[in-house]
Unconditional design. Structure first.
Length: 73
């Protein structure tokens, strides 16, 4: 395990992100220890392709709010 400071992480991000794939990397910030965690991608390109745009989401939210406040079901 390697323990580094926030300023060390800022200065050499790529190095520590790459290193976190093979060994634990911990950033010591005051009394707190922040562990860098590498996870496999859970969202596929197909998921992204089929997702809503921000505007589509907001339009749906607006419609839901109007329906709720108008008393419709």
């Amino acid at each position: 395990m390697i323990v580094i400071s926030p300023s060390e992480l800022r200065a050499r991000q790529k190095k520590y992100f790459d290193l976190a794939e093979t060994e634990p990397v911990v950033v010591k910030r005051g009394k707190k220890l922040i562990h860098l965690v590498v996870k496999e991608r859970l969202i596929t390109d197909e998921d992204i392709k089929n997702s809503l745009t921000r505007e589509e989401l907001m339009q749906g939210v607006r419609e839901d709010i109007k329906r709720i406040y108008s008393g419709q079901k």
